[in-house]
Design a binder for this molecule. Structure first.
Ligand code: SF4
Ligand SMILES: [Zn+2]
Length: 327
């Protein structure tokens, strides 16, 4: 459900997430807000959803979307809420504090995860969110989700222009945990300017580096979003999203507990192999996501298809093209 009308979120849907040995319905909300304060990552199309205004206007905008959600998604239909804003939910310039409190109050009793850049993860902001969510029992399930993307500061800077460091992420993780919140980390497989092989190695290294600072890790294979530098490169045949074989290999080598939803899987703009095997592999990765059964990843990786030879050739033959360190 995607919309640009003022009272509707950018998107809202319910899917399923694994928790422990079971599966729970999860509501994902992408709320319209003032827009991302950073606004310059090379792969990000969401940053174009910007609705700047004064505090009152922004609060009204958020309130309108909450009512819309209320009317369409009954509260007993989900146990987890994931809130995105095309930026940072904890940025008070994007989501005024009063509006933030209204959103959180609406989801008391749920497991709530909000996406934010690390600079907005302060003891004050996290503490305030926890206080709003607390119904008196002290049992609050609140996490901040941070798109650290990779643990390599060079790749994050040169290939994504993300504008923060691994140390910033680690500091935000410590702050969130001190205030009683959990931490979810998003990793990005294959930003532009690195090879298929480098991207696999980067995911494996990043998972190991991020583990001590995150309670959950989600791997996002890169997709070509509209109006981005990545799209420009892709149109000029200078970028290809990762092969699904590479996603499987990264998942198999990175160890247990990694979530992965191959958004756009099997399409030219998303992670893909070839039309013959795409559907089966995307379905298999989604099944793994819900079951956590790692033998499934291994079984998928051992399947054969004509495109596997092409992928193996790419892994062995692609060479990196260096970017200058200095301007
Ligand atoms: S990826 Fe996040 S930080 Fe970067 S421009 Fe998009 S919304 Fe902003
Ligand atoms: Zn194939």
């Amino acid at each position: 459900m995607v919309s640009r009308g003022s009272e509707r979120p950018v998107a809202a849907w319910i899917d399923r997430e694994r928790r422990g040995n079971g599966v729970v319905p999860a509501l994902t909300l992408i709320l319209k807000s003032g827009g991302c304060a950073w606004n310059r990552c090379l792969m990000c199309g969401y940053r174009h959803f910007r609705f700047p205004g004064d505090e009152e206007t922004l609060t009204g905008l958020i309130r309108g979307q909450l009512s819309w959600v209320d009317g369409r998604f009954p509260a007993d239909g989900y146990g987890v809420v994931k809130i995105f804003t095309s930026g940072s939910f904890l940025d008070p310039g994007e989501v005024p504090v009063a509006a933030r409190r209204e959103v959180l109050a609406r989801f008391r009793g749920k497991e709530v995860i909000v996406e934010t850049r690390p600079e907005f993860v302060t003891e004050e902001a996290v503490g305030d969110c926890m206080a709003v969510l607390d119904r008196g029992s002290g049992a609050v399930s609140f996490s901040v989700a941070i798109g650290i993307e990779t643990s390599d500061d060079g790749i994050r800077e040169k290939c994504m222009n993300k504008g923060f460091s691994f140390d910033d992420f680690a500091g935000a993780s410590r702050t969130a945990r001190k205030a009683g919140a959990g931490v979810k980390a998003y990793l990005l497989q294959k930003p532009p300017y690195i090879t298929e092989r480098e991207a696999i190695d980067d995911v494996i290294r990043s998972v190991a580096d991020v583990r001590p600072f995150a309670d959950a890790i989600s791997l996002n294979p890169c997709t070509v979003q509209k109006g981005t530098e990545v799209e420009h490169l892709w149109r000029n045949r200078a970028y290809r999203p990762p092969y699904l074989w590479s996603v499987l290999l990264a998942l198999s080598r990175a160890g247990p507990g990694i979530i992965c939803d191959p958004v756009g899987g099997g399409t030219p703009r998303g992670p893909h192999n070839c039309p013959k095997c795409d559907e089966e592999l995307v379905r298999g990765i989604r099944d793994y996501n819900l079951s956590g059964d790692r033998s499934l990843i291994q079984a998928l990786l051992e399947l054969d298809c004509g495109c596997k030879k092409e992928w193996e050739f790419v892994l062995g033959a692609e060479r990196p093209w260096a970017m200058p360190f200095t301007g």
